[in-house]
Ligand binder design. Structure first.
Ligand code: ARG
Length: 608
């Protein structure tokens, strides 16, 4: 089906045509159309055009008004103030347009695909092996997942890359310790090391228990190995030799390293599954995945002169990047001890993503504190010719998660908060809300309360993260997150469930659009906002800005609440076609909320 032209786009076209007729000397003059509270739309472009053409603004405005073709679309165009145009569309146009959206057989609500989709490689959800995940990893996962969903919806081909930290000198210490204490990673019940995590419904018990056990084994081992490394010089020397074996690809050493990776994946997948997020094994390409490219990456940089040797290390220098003492801060691609670090891996990953995966866009959902690293990596890759004019590389940098006290989120003891505990608490609180709100009318069973509690708790955490612009810090405040009032997912989920309940209770009445009916103000406001879904999605996707979609959905829920308060839906006093048309508005609202939330990775339960 052809995408539906939004009312905004249609009105814009009418005004642009009228402007072209009134001002032939200015080609492609922009009426600067905005949604408005005073009328449906306001065109603000006249003033500047009048100035430019030395015409009195009101006179130009009158000329444009006279040149507009109203047709079925426009109910009125009025000049206001010094030369603004207030534009009102007909009720018929609103309903007819929504009917077209509702009829979209692919359930896209008329949202068009991007004109020129490309391939985006997105780097997100990248925890580190043998380490506890923290709230920063949560942000990367939540934001990345929403961006993946939004981009795929616009038709972009998306390649996901989970650049997990699975390489580095600390593995020498861990592996050596495991060799000397061989049973430290054994599970009580035989585990399923290496198996991919299951996606789908939030949190399954089996996954979770083995995930927690895996992490606590790793934690214990890490601490013990660290203590030995710091206190025992002989062990330290053995650990260092083990790093050399690992980098040389010694089979036994690699097999033990693999054990750490597999064990960590059990843990990662249990967290992702609790987050109701699909992470596929094939997309997990950690730092180690680029080992075979590192040498060549360095050679190419050296040969092209992009990197130079300095104090035994292979470095890239930048004129504008200096330390506090004014000395240049280089990107170190190869350390003086011969080891490759984070930069060499990322530079190799750029080559892989551009030349093998044929990416047009490289996106990195990573903490803002790594901004300098990515600036240097991208600049180096440009100098080396790996990033050409046809490839965009961008860090989608996110801010820090703060506690209620406004300081980086930590436990009272100053340790990182365990993600499982955090998510469990969100689920517990949400379950309490669902249980408390459970009325006789809805009568949810205990199983439904538990299932909904998980969807609402996880939704609350995701929504809080997504609804502030990613670059900003935000406060992790569970009380606010599960609140029924205000800009929360819970509010939106309840609005959605209320509509679904009305649709279930509607008996024989069906949702049917009646463009011939006049609309009440609350119906018009709701209808106009529904028509803006495509623009909201497109904007959020192309700007990698999920918060624009949350803002849209929150406003949609508010407009629905007003509509519901002002317009009786299932009232015997209504003519049958009014009931049908209102049910139609309800239905399109529910579908838009559901689709929009799904694009953010948040579920919308049928009954609450
Ligand atoms: N593992 C890293 C961390 O925990 C994030 C990796 C980001 N991605 C990348 N390509 N460097 O900080």
């Amino acid at each position: 089906m052809a995408p539906v032209t939004s009312l905004t786009a249609s009105v814009h076209q009418r005004l642009a045509d009228a402007l072209a007729a009134a001002l032939p000397e200015v080609p492609a003059a922009d009426p600067l159309l905005r949604r408005s509270d005073r009328a449906d739309f306001q065109a603000n472009g006249i003033l500047a055009l009048a100035k430019r053409t030395k015409t009195p603004p009101r006179e130009l405005a009158e000329r444009v008004t006279g040149a507009v073709t109203a047709g079925d679309l426009l109910a009125g165009v009025e000049v206001s103030g010094p030369g603004f145009l207030n534009v009102t569309v007909t009720d018929r146009a609103i309903t007819a347009n929504l009917a077209e959206r509702a009829a979209d057989p692919e359930g896209r609500l008329g949202v068009p695909f991007a004109d020129r989709p490309g391939t985006t490689v997105i780097d997100y959800a990248q925890p580190n092996v043998a380490k506890e995940m923290h709230v920063g990893h949560l942000r990367s996962a939540v934001i990345g997942d929403a961006v993946v969903r939004m981009l795929e919806f616009t038709g972009e081909s998306v390649v996901r890359r989970h650049h997990i930290g699975d390489w580095g000198t600390q593995f020498g210490m861990l592996i050596q310790y495991l060799i000397e204490h061989p049973h430290e990673l054994d599970h009580k019940a035989p585990g399923s090391a290496g198996s991919a995590g299951s996606a789908g419904s939030a949190g399954s018990a089996g996954d979770e228990a083995s995930g927690e056990e895996a992490m606590s084994n790793l934690n214990r081992l890490y601490k013990a190995a660290r203590a030995l490394f710091d206190s025992d010089e002989d062990f330290k020397a053995r650990a260092r030799r083990r790093v050399v074996d690992l980098q040389a690809g010694d089979a036994e050493t690699l097999a033990l390293w693999q054990k750490f990776v597999d064990e960590s994946k059990i843990y990662f997948y249990s967290v992702f599954s609790k987050l109701d997020m699909e992470i596929r094994d094939a997309d997990v390409v950690g730092e180690s995945g680029y080992n075979a490219m590192l040498e060549e990456t360095c050679r190419l940089l050296e040969e092209s002169g992009v990197a130079v040797w300095s104090e035994g290390a292979l470095c890239v220098f930048f004129d504008d990047i200096k330390g506090p003492d004014g000395s240049p801060v280089p990107l170190i691609v190869r350390k003086s001890d011969g080891g490759y670090g984070y930069a060499a891996t990322d530079l190799s990953a750029v080559r892989d993503r551009v030349f093998n995966l044929k990416a047009n866009t490289l996106l990195y959902v990573v903490d803002a504190r790594q901004a300098l690293h990515f600036r240097m990596v991208f600049e180096t890759a440009r100098r080396a010719g790996w990033l050409g004019d046809d490839v965009t590389a961008q860090q989608l940098a996110f801010g820090t998660v703060l506690g209620k006290d406004g300081r980086p989120f930590k436990t009272r003891e100053g340790e990182t908060v365990r993600l499982q505990d955090l998510l469990d608490e969100a689920i517990d609180r949400a379950t309490a809300v669902v249980r408390e709100k459970n009325s006789e009318k809805v009568a949810l069973s205990e199983d439904e309360i538990v299932a909904n509690g998980a969807q609402i708790g996880i939704g609350a955490v995701k929504y809080a993260d997504l609804s502030t612009s990613a670059s900003r810090d935000y406060k992790f405040d569970l009380d606010q997150m599960v609140s029924l009032n205000g800009d929360t997912s819970v509010y939106i989920q309840y609005a959605h469930a209320r509509i679904r309940s009305i649709l279930r209770l509607s008996g024989d009445a069906r949702p049917v659009a009646h463009p011939e009916l006049a609309l009440a103000p609350a119906e018009r406001a709701l209808g106009l906002h529904l028509d803006g879904f495509a623009e909201a999605v497109t904007e959020a996707a192309t700007e990698y800005a999920p918060h624009k979609l949350t803002a849209y959905l929150y406003q949609l829920s508010s407009l629905y609440t007003t509509f519901y308060a002002e317009c009786q839906v299932l009232s015997a006093a209504n003519a049958p076609e009014v009931v049908e048309n209102r049910l139609f508005l309800c239905d399109v609202t529910a579908r838009t909320l559901r689709r929009g939330m799904a694009l953010l990775g948040i579920r919308t339960p049928e009954r609450l």
